[in-house]
Design a protein around this ligand. Structure first.
Ligand code: HAM
Length: 421
């Protein structure tokens, strides 16, 4: 019998693991610069936490949770998402004592028993944040800005789109749900079987059904923004103005609702055009009632989660415009030592932004150049015995096929400059 990993749960192997570690490391540094602190909660929780928060009629709860009974007959669930467990931990440990506006981040696996397909797995990983303790649109703006700028400038991902909407407060959501139900009742014959059930159980979800006839019905559905109360309308306006002024691009999207019931107010989703059907690389929003619903104080909160598998898929699709690799090719024992020293200096000077490779096989110059090529190095620093005697080296630009001689003392500076740092 050949053992295999469980369907939809994948091994992460080298060299991909380096991409994962790189993202995790960069995310931590970026998030901490905004004052986020890390939280790690168990991967298993009491089932009722998810039923209560995500909603008993949602797809996640009705179809996708890994739920089982332990030896004592308690119902436990592998976490399908991170928000509810974090709110549980927030209440359990009175984390408001750490700070009245607590900024938490997490990186880790989530589990949903969905049909596996490209971009959809049963164990997947999220980088997420939860800001607990602010009712202001300013928290939403910062959360969306940090997410957008981390994707663009830290992960170097382009082409993504942020879709934005507001569901309004609990009352607005109820008011709109009634209005929508009325409208959908009239159009019921056009709807798929699932949506017919959703009218009764989870009416907002009809708006993001992907079936063509349902999409058409949704297109003419009432606009949720018309059901917002004045304070919610004002908040949404202020959020949009702030995002525009801080140059965060977004698209207001009328039918954007989310698959988790806890959202009220701001909701958003990030999509990437190269990912096909599963194009959401992240999503989030405000959940002002969740802390209270789980037995804690009434307190405003907002957050997001990014799907790491999908971000990595999108990064791999985008042609990397700039190589971050430098190869140090060396001839002779003395040059090997100097090569190792120079490589280490470049790594330190670049704050580990560059990948610097050296010969670890004692290979010929020709084979080192082949290795540099294979590793897509932008620059090769060549250190030969004769050059060393006159304290010189050669820098080769692989794309331009240009070589320039350079003083040994200036190699590190020159490499950093030529790599655009
Ligand atoms: P979500 O939209 O369910 O939100 O998931 C966030 C992201 O996780 C998705 O946009 C997607 O990138 C990724 N994801 C979800 N399911 C899968 C899957 N089966 N395979 C691969 N990737 C997947 C939440 O989880 C909320 N807790 C986000 C949040 C945090 N809202 C407020 N705070």
């Amino acid at each position: 019998m050949k053992y295999k990993s469980i369907r939809g749960m994948e091994d992460i192997l080298p060299p991909d693991i380096y991409i994962w570690r790189d993202l995790e490391k960069k995310a931590r540094i970026d998030l901490e610069s905004y004052g986020y602190v890390e939280i790690r909660t168990p991967v298993i929780e009491d089932t009722s936490i998810f039923v209560r928060s995500i909603g008993e009629d949602t797809d996640i709860v009705t179809k996708e949770m890994y739920t089982f009974k332990d030896k004592k007959g308690r119902s436990l669930t592998l976490r399908p998402e991170g928000t509810a467990p974090i709110v549980r931990a927030y209440i359990e440990h009175s984390l408001d004592k750490i700070s009245p506006e607590l900024k938490l981040y997490y990186i880790g696996p989530m589990f949903r028993s969905e049909r596996p397909q490209k971009g959809r797995s049963r164990q997947f990983h999220q980088i997420g944040v939860e800001v607990i303790g602010s009712n202001s649109y300013l928290a939403d703006a910062e959360v969306i800005m940090q997410m957008s700028n981390m994707l663009r400038y830290v992960f170097k991902l382009n082409g993504f789109k942020i879709k934005l909407n507001s569901l309004g407060c609990k009352k607005d959501k109820e008011k709109f749900s009634d209005k929508l139900r009325k409208y959908l009742k009239e159009e019921e014959s056009m709807l798929c079987q699932d949506c017919k059930t959703r009218i009764k159980k989870n009416v907002l979800r009809v708006l993001d059904c992907k079936k063509e006839s349902c999409v058409q019905v949704a297109r003419n559905a009432p606009n949720i923004l018309e059901s917002l109360c004045l304070p919610c309308e004002d908040n949404f306006k202020k959020l949009k103005t702030t995002l525009t002024n801080i140059k965060i691009k977004f698209e207001e999207t009328k039918n954007l609702v989310r698959g988790l019931d806890y959202y009220t107010g701001t909701v958003f989703e990030v999509t990437h055009p190269d990912l096909g059907a599963q194009d959401a690389i992240g999503a989030g929003g405000r959940y002002d009632n969740l802390t209270k619903d789980l037995g804690g104080p009434t307190i405003g909160a907002v957050g997001y989660a990014l799907g790491m598998e999908r971000i990595i898929m999108a990064l791999k699709k985008e042609p990397r415009k700039v190589s971050r690799v430098v190869y140090i090719a060396t001839i002779g024992d003395e040059a090997k030592i100097r090569g190792i020293q120079i490589a280490e200096k470049i790594r330190i000077k670049s704050n580990s932004c560059l990948t610097v490779l050296t010969d670890i096989k004692g290979a010929s110059l020709k084979s080192q150049m082949r290795s540099a090529d294979k590793n897509k190095a932008k620059l090769v620093v060549i250190l030969g015995q004769d050059e060393l005697k006159i304290s010189k080296a050669t820098i080769r630009d692989m794309a331009k096929q240009e070589q320039i001689p350079i003083k040994l003392d200036n190699v590190v500076e020159e490499v950093i400059k030529r790599m655009g740092l």
